[in-house]
Design a protein around this ligand. Structure first.
Ligand code: MG
Length: 164
């Protein structure tokens, strides 16, 4: 199954479903005091079940891995090695994932882009390997899983841009 492939690619790159679920729980627990880590994991797996998310992951992870093997053409190889802050294609790609459950995910993504919590921070601080795309993709998946929970909740009206 392709969902298993997405999950196993993530785990090969040091990211488990439960580590993304931890981020979702942090994003959502103020709105849902009874939200469990299992519900967050279920939501992350639902996001990973979407073909467009899988295709985005395959693309981003491939670019990270090709950069680690120094197989990308210049200037892209150098940009990836330096994790050039003005590159921005990694964020743009992740926004496609973020918005699959509507625009609610955007505020969460913006927050995670700034705060880099949990496994996103670990990826950012890793000195070995290149995770230019993966850190943003993980933030995008967490933000999408978080909006999915918001949409399934009758209090979804409380989620407005800027509230988080
Ligand atoms: Mg990045």
């Amino acid at each position: 199954m392709s969902m298993d492939l997405a999950e196993s690619m993530l785990s090969r790159r040091g990211v488990s479903v439960s580590s993304i679920a931890d981020i979702v729980l942090k994003l959502q627990q103020r709105y849902h005091p009874k939200l469990t880590i299992e519900q967050c994991e279920e939501s992350v797996r639902a996001v990973l079940g979407k073909r467009e998310v899988q295709y985005t992951l395959y693309t981003g992870i491939a670019l990270d891995e090709l950069a680690e093997k120094k197989l990308l053409p210049e200037p892209l190889q150098s940009i990836m090695e330096q994790d050039e802050p003005l590159y921005g294609v990694d964020e743009t790609m992740a926004l496609g994932v973020t918005s699959i459950y509507g625009m609610i995910g955007l505020t969460s993504f913006g927050y995670l882009d700034k705060e880099k919590i949990g496994v996103i921070e670990i990826l950012n601080e890793k000195s070995d390997g290149i995770h230019v795309f993966l850190d943003d993709l993980v933030a995008g998946i967490a933000a999408a899983a978080s909006s999915r929970i918001a949409h399934n909740n009758p209090d979804a009206a409380h989620y407005t841009a800027g509230s988080d």
